[in-house]
Design a binder for this molecule. Structure first.
Ligand code: IPE
Ligand code: IPE
Ligand code: MG
Length: 256
């Protein structure tokens, strides 16, 4: 017991130290995370993949609260892609039921922390029960003015662009053929993230160096940070490390 407390104290100390290196004036406004490695986390422990997803919830809780505490404006978590339907049905249904549990259990915490929930993706393609739980949480947190927590569900970057082009097409029809100027603003305003600043920082866990169809338009100039840490092991410490690394970068946006 004494040893456990000691390890815990050391972890807290390390977190505090990292926190002291973060410049609060230059926080990334928008952080996006590809939460990956739940399956590998479980396999390494001789557990089932779904146990990895279950363990990943703790990381979600911790990161959402840490981002809110820090004063980050927007946090976007990639929770389920349009491609993830390819997984075995029992894994998909466990993911859906974990999502429902998380939403029900965490809504009061989101409210207490003034966190507004938002869904990015084709919500209509999710099971009806999931949709109604989500709708309830969206309504409950609608008035919150703190962290905006986007959860990407049934999300695909290309699907998002298709949906944006369809919306633009509709607007074109409504304006009886007078073409709206096609520019960056028009496209950005028709994405799921309409009105939100692009991610400044994109984090991916479990070491994979790919985007997996995430926020293809919005991450044009995001700073990337990849960690070998598997998602269920991701904690405040890793979030702080990513922010510190981000704050050391020189962002150029094509200039000099
Ligand atoms: C991320 O972990 C969770 C989801 C994609 C829903 P994975 O399930 O992809 O874990 P790995 O990549 O197989 O380890
Ligand atoms: C990306 O992870 C999707 C989410 C984190 C929800 P995947 O595990 O599905 O990505 P790939 O298949 O390794 O590219
Ligand atoms: Mg994966």
């Amino acid at each position: 017991m004494g040893t456990t407390n000691h390890i815990f104290d050391r972890m807290k100390q390390r977190e505090e130290e990292l926190l002291s290196h973060i410049n609060r004036e230059e926080l990334p406004q928008h952080i996006a995370i590809i939460m990956d490695g739940n399956g590998r986390w479980a396999e390494r422990r001789g557990l089932r993949r779904v146990d990895g997803h279950r363990a990943g919830i703790k990381a979600v809780r911790e990161v959402v609260e840490a981002a809110a505490r820090l004063g980050v404006k927007i946090l976007t978590l990639y929770a389920f892609s349009v491609e993830n339907w390819k997984r075995p049905p029992d894994e998909v249904s466990t993911l859906m039921s974990l999502l429902r549990k998380y939403i029900k259990k965490e809504t009061p915490t989101l409210l207490n922390n003034n966190i507004k929930l938002s869904v990015l993706g084709r919500m209509e393609g999710l099971p009806q029960v999931v949709q109604s739980d989500l709708r309830r949480a969206l309504e409950a947190t609608h008035h919150c003015t703190g962290l905006l927590f986007n959860i990407a569900l049934n999300y695909g970057g290309r699907t998002e662009l298709i949906d944006a082009f369809r919306k633009i097409w509709q607007q074109l029809e409504n304006t009886k053929g007078t073409a709206p100027p096609i520019d960056e603003e028009l496209i950005a305003n028709n994405l799921y993230t309409a009105g939100q600043p692009d991610p400044d920082l994109l984090i991916r866990t479990s070491g994979e160096m790919r985007l997996s169809n995430f926020l293809l338009w919005q991450i044009a100039y995001s700073e990337l940070w990849v960690t070998e840490t598997l998602w269920p092991d991701f904690r405040c410490k890793e979030l702080y490390e990513a922010i510190i690394s981000y704050q050391k970068r020189e962002r150029r946006f094509g200039g000099v």
